[in-house]
Design a protein around this ligand. Structure first.
Ligand SMILES: *[C@@H]1O[C@H](CO)[C@@H](O)[C@H](O)[C@H]1NC(C)=O
Ligand SMILES: *[C@@H]1O[C@H](CO)[C@@H](O)[C@H](O)[C@H]1NC(C)=O
Ligand SMILES: *[C@@H]1O[C@H](CO)[C@@H](O)[C@H](O)[C@H]1NC(C)=O
Ligand SMILES: *[C@@H]1O[C@H](CO)[C@@H](O)[C@H](O)[C@H]1NC(C)=O
Length: 299
């Protein structure tokens, strides 16, 4: 893995965005809700590249040679469980990246925290790659890459993030594919635990780095590229100023109970299987890139 270009999420985080007034009907700081799009999200850019199904339950983001598109939650959350069903761009999707991520900032904040799922498209018949990454105070470089055990363009699958003070777990359907641990030391440089985050989804052209390190370019003859979303679910502590409305170490929410602090046995088995079979890159094993491995790699 030679080429590591900084994630373009930097740019996405900086996309101009208008947050409309928050609904005051929402519960103060602890909410479990399935989301209707118009009540809970704002389009970040290119409203005309966003569509919904007639029943409003499925959302489509379009990428063509003029622009991609993205949306974000109006609310911020600190800790919880966040999930979404996605169906990725099918056919020739080389160069196209679909992202689903959490980020503490709307602007290009150099100190932002971020948790990313990025789905890197490929030529027809070649496998998608999932890249995950974690930023703390603007520092990322913690990529892992996995292949999947199914075709993510054929159907909807659930991609989730569990975030509490003990760990951050990235799930694909019920399977934990990545566990990012906190050693509990405060403050630390690697575990995002202070800043509330928005949820974002977007599609964009990344053919300078995404597919085979940028060798495969987007074929615009296949445009528009469309990714589909359903069933966004946030079960988290909804941030409300002033801090510390979400000082969630009290453990009264399920995502911060003992059982959510580590994987259950069956999850651990799945996780081991993923580790043995599907990991194609792990920054913690890349001693060429990191002659001295980051401290979280030893957890
Ligand atoms: C917000 O969360 C805190 C800590 O979890 C809790 O003590 C408080 O009662 C909550 N407030 C509301 C209005 O739910
Ligand atoms: C973008 O695509 C449209 C439709 O295929 C084409 O007509 C147009 O020339 C393209 N524009 C650029 C800048 O490539
Ligand atoms: C795309 O397919 C090629 C060939 O199978 C593979 O080497 C690569 O890892 C795939 N994914 C990406 C994102 O390049
Ligand atoms: C927060 O929500 C969870 C369910 O998601 C519930 O079990 C818990 O009692 C709630 N806590 C408070 C303080 O409202």
């Amino acid at each position: 893995m030679g080429m590591w270009v900084p994630s373009l999420l930097v740019l996405l985080c900086s996309a101009a965005s208008l947050i409309s007034a928050m609904s005051s009907a929402a519960p103060a700081n602890n909410t479990s809700s399935s989301f209707s799009f118009k009540d809970n999200f704002d389009i970040m850019w290119a409203e005309d590249h966003f569509k919904t199904s007639p029943d409003g339950q499925t959302w489509y983001l379009y990428l063509d040679n003029t622009t991609g598109c993205g949306f974000q939650t109006r609310q911020r959350y600190r800790f919880g469980w966040f999930s979404m069903k996605l169906k990725l761009v099918g056919g020739d999707s080389a160069g196209v990246v679909t992202a689903y991520y959490m980020c503490s900032d709307l602007g290009a904040a150099p100190e932002r925290d971020e948790l990313d799922f990025e789905f890197l498209g490929n030529r027809t018949g070649q496998p998608y790659t999932i890249q995950t990454n974690v930023y703390k105070n603007g520092v990322g470089g913690r990529e892992m890459r996995h292949t999947l055990w199914f075709d993510p363009t054929a159907d909807f699958h659930t991609y989730s993030i569990l975030w509490n003070n003990h760990h951050i777990v990235f799930f694909v359907d019920k399977v934990p594919i990545r566990v990012y641990k906190n050693n509990g030391r405060k403050p630390n440089d690697y575990f995002p635990d202070e800043k509330p985050m928005y949820m974002f989804s977007s599609i964009w052209n990344a053919d300078d780095w995404a597919t085979r390190g940028g060798l495969e370019k987007t074929d615009w003859k296949s445009a528009p590229f469309v990714s589909s979303y359903r069933d966004f679910h946030a079960d988290g502590c909804q941030w409300k100023d002033p801090y510390p409305a979400c000082a969630s170490t009290t453990g009264d929410s399920w995502w911060d109970q003992n059982e959510a602090w580590s994987l259950a046995d069956a999850q651990q088995e799945d996780f081991s299987w993923v580790g043995e079979n599907l990991v194609i890159y792990d920054y913690c094993k890349d001693s060429e890139r990191y002659p001295k491995l980051p401290e979280e790699c030893s957890l």
